[in-house]
Design a protein around this ligand. Structure first.
Ligand code: NAD
Ligand code: MG
Length: 386
């Protein structure tokens, strides 16, 4: 494999730091030219000193001076501010942009990277939730490859390798069920953020961990899958598989099913996206049949966890609805994490926000960026009422 040059957006987060573990494991194959962080400048400085990228971006301008001074002896350019993310991905030598930013803040950098002909390794599912139709259209027009990093979508992608002539009948996205699997609404009314932040199988950033507890993560993943694999809503099913070993399943026209499995370790789908189509030997943990003697499956409880159904409904309604859902959810999760909203209050806030925002059919990218911002304002105003 020819050495690949990578930009890692959100390098200080859960996916970003695991991506750097993958880069460390393959120094001959992978090279990093861009590292970016939101506010965590100390980790960014350490990473820059180790990987010596061409450019680092600290989005929060308050920390620009600290980063600039700490790296003054290196040949690394230090940029700051939101626009700098879009500038950094244009660097000529970059082959792949790994977008591991959290939230809709990841959308503009993805767009810019596609416009510059870069392949995208996408962890930032919000990019596709907000603007899936437009993004996949750009992917075709600019002839780039969109490589999923989300474990379920990587699983589907891997199952489809070698099947270019066979269309799939449907897919099953697996869900762990999160920390509150099997609980009722009475229980959920009193859960704390500490409880919600304890995921049974994965250690991840705070926002996706809360999304996993509320099943919004699976809802966002249904939307992500629709666009990545060009599916109808009724071709996407969710099945709860608490062991998180089967990462997702494709069912073909003949009823045959392919599943991709392995221990829950995000380094595996990250590596696959960065070395695709090759599989390289690594020393990450292997599956042990003696540790997992049974796999179980159950339906998702979308009466208790309303977010999953809300997400499906936005796909049926189309237009800007998934964008509105996503923005309202980002505000809801932040409010839950700052103790301004209860766990069940999150779904209430999302529904109330969606009712207030009039539907826009066929929005442009600029429309979606504006709707994202407007929705946040509407949702913030509604927090006290939910
Ligand atoms: P995280 O919170 O751990 O890290 C987010 C990164 O983005 C950090 O580097 C942070 O500095 C940066 N960032 C945050 N806000 C920003 C902003 N406004 N502008 C620019 N940069 C910003 O998040 P994570 O868990 O690594 O998740 C990242 C993305 O990957 C999310 O979209 C998530 O849904 C997806 N994902 C994560 C996992 C996982 O295991 N963590 C699995 C699948 C998908
Ligand atoms: Mg996932």
């Amino acid at each position: 494999m020819k050495r690949r040059n990578i930009a890692i957006l959100g390098s200080t987060g859960s996916i970003g730091t695991q991506a750097l573990d993958v880069v460390r494991a393959f120094p001959d194959l992978l090279e990093v030219s861009v590292l970016t962080a939101g506010v965590n400048y100390k980790t960014l400085i350490e990473q820059a000193r180790e990987f010596r990228p061409t450019v680092v971006v600290i989005v929060d301008e308050k920390h620009y001076i600290e980063v600039k001074q700490a790296l003054s002896d290196l040949d690394t350019a230090v940029l700051s501010g939101v626009k700098a993310l879009e500038e950094a991905v244009t660097l000529d030598k970059i082959d792949v942009v790994l977008n591991a930013i959290v939230g809709s803040a990841g959308l503009r950098p993805t767009v810019r990277a596609i416009e510059c002909g870069k392949d995208i390794a996408l962890a930032n599912k919000e990019t596709l939730v907000v603007a899936g139709a437009l993004i996949m259209d750009m992917v075709k027009r600019f002839g780039v490859t969109m490589l999923p990093v989300d474990s379920e979508h990587s699983a589907i992608f891997q199952c489809l390798v070698g099947e270019p002539e066979n269309s799939l009948e449907k897919i099953y996205l697996t869900a762990s069920g999160g920390p509150f699997r099997g609980k009722d609404r009475q229980f959920l009314a009193h859960v704390t953020k500490q409880q919600a932040l304890k995921h049974p199988n994965w250690v991840m950033g705070a926002k996706i961990t809360i999304d996993s507890a509320s099943l919004m993560n699976k809802g966002l993943e249904v939307i992500e899958a629709k666009w990545l694999f060009d599916l109808n809503v009724d071709q996407i099913d969710v099945v709860v598989h608490p062991q998180s070993i089967i990462h997702s399943i494709v069912q073909f026209q003949d009823g045959s099913m392919k599943a991709q499995m392995g221990v829950p370790d995000m380094k595996v789908p990250i590596q696959y996206a960065l070395t695709f189509p090759l599989r390289q030997h690594n020393t990450f943990e292997r599956f042990d049949f003696m540790r997992y003697t049974s796999f179980t499956f159950e339906p998702a409880d979308s009466d208790t966890f309303r977010n999953l159904e809300l997400a499906y409904q936005t796909l049926r309604d189309g237009g800007d609805r998934p964008c509105v859902l996503n923005a309202a959810n980002e505000i809801a999760v932040a409010a839950f994490l700052s103790d301004e909203l209860s766990f069940l209050g999150m779904s209430n806030l999302i529904e109330a926000t969606m009712c207030q925002q009039k539907k826009v059919e066929a929005p442009s990218l600029d429309d979606l960026l504006a709707i994202d911002q407007e929705t946040r304002i509407v949702a913030r105003d509604l927090i006290g009422k939910c």
